[in-house]
Design a binder for this molecule. Structure first.
Ligand code: KG4
Ligand code: ZN
Length: 335
């Protein structure tokens, strides 16, 4: 009999519920995005996010069950993201999951959001072998993680300020490209010249696998302000292409350095920014020079979704790694 897990994800601005069988078969993966609501504010408004999750949660769970043809009584466990993320948003999913686990008398499984993003890779590449290095790039995170074996995560580096997705989103807002900015920057960059504007790349101290994108963001924004103040024309596609290239180059180079350091022949790219086509292209080419293989999830599984949480939860289920019903949301949960 397959292990059926109901997995819930509400850490940011997507309310999602999925039914995943045996950690690999996605029977349903319902994602209710709040993007349209937050768009007019240019970013996620935490208070609104919590309220929208509350409106959506029962509906997305019911839809996930219906689409999978699974009844509540057929579930083996309830999994949920309990951090990191927006505390009010996390609490909605967590409260629902705890109530469901209690009512069904089934185990509750708490999942770290980044562990979820990493497992999106395992959903589509079940034979992915350890050890590997994961580059998790999203709106809230930019982390290089070494996985010597399943369930063990060693943080090799992370951003010291803005996440890569945050830099895309903030610059896009100032360029009037809308939210979320990453896909818009990618689109605009297609029409631009990546070499026209040379924005700074923060490599940090020798050997550091940390990242920093706030300097880059400030440099792009001050260039924009200078043009506006002087009444000079600026070319949005060139700015987008220059920004994207600066981010992609540092991410790719550091991911390859990390894989070489840990003698890993595989890099797993994950998180919302993993959907970026230029990042995929540059990282793949750079890694191939070193004989390193790169894998990534399909775009729908790169951004926040319940299925990735269900995959991560399956391995915890198999180990009996269950959470108490007192589990709390941890907004800055470490890996
Ligand atoms: O993983 P995710 O859905 O949420 C967080 O955990 O943060 O990632 C959302 C982020 C946003 O910053 C968005 O701009 C970025 O992923 N993103 C992209 C692309 N698609 C989404 N960034 C660059 N290129 C893309 N194609
Ligand atoms: Zn995420």
């Amino acid at each position: 009999m397959a292990v059926n897990i109901l997995a819930i994800e509400t850490s940011c601005d997507e309310s999602s519920a999925a039914i995943v069988a045996d950690g690999r078969e996605i029977k349903s993966n319902i994602i209710s995005s709040q993007i349209d609501v937050h768009k007019k504010f240019g970013g996620v408004v935490p208070e609104i996010a919590s309220r929208k999750h509350l409106e959506a949660i029962s509906l997305v769970v019911q839809e996930a069950l219906d689409e999978a043809g699974t009844a509540f009584k057929d579930l083996d466990a309830v999994a949920v993201t309990y951090g990191p993320g927006l505390v009010g948003a996390l609490l909605v999913g967590l409260s629902y999951a705890k109530a469901a686990a209690f009512a069904l008398n089934k185990p509750l499984i708490g999942v770290h959001h980044l562990e979820g993003h990493i497992h999106a890779g395992f959903l589509e590449h079940p034979d992915l072998a350890f050890p590997l290095v994961a580059l998790v790039v999203s709106g809230g995170h930019t982390s290089l993680v070494y996985l010597p074996r399943r369930g063990e995560y060693v943080l090799l580096g992370q951003t010291r300020d803005d996440a890569a997705g945050e830099a895309f989103d903030k610059v896009a807002r100032h360029l009037g490209l809308g939210y979320p900015g990453g896909p818009q920057i990618q689109k605009a960059a297609l029409q631009g010249n990546k070499d026209h504007l040379d924005f700074p790349k923060a490599w940090l101290e020798e050997g550091s696998l940390d990242f920093s994108f706030s300097g880059l963001k400030s440099s792009v924004l001050s260039y924009l302000n200078r043009c506006k103040m002087k009444g000079e024309a600026y070319h949005v596609p060139d700015i987008a292409a220059g920004l994207q290239e600066a981010i992609v180059e540092v991410l790719s180079e550091k991911a390859v350095r990390a894989a070489k350091l840990k003698q890993c022949s595989t890099i797993l790219l994950a998180g919302g920014v993993a959907a970026n086509l230029r990042l995929r292209e540059v990282l793949k080419a750079r890694a191939e020079q070193e004989g390193i293989h790169v894998v990534w999830p399909s775009p729908l599984l790169c951004t926040d979704n319940g299925a990735m949480i269900g995959c991560a939860a399956y391995y915890k289920y198999m180990q009996g790694d269950f959470a108490p019903l007192t589990l709390n949301a941890v907004p800055n949960l470490s890996l």
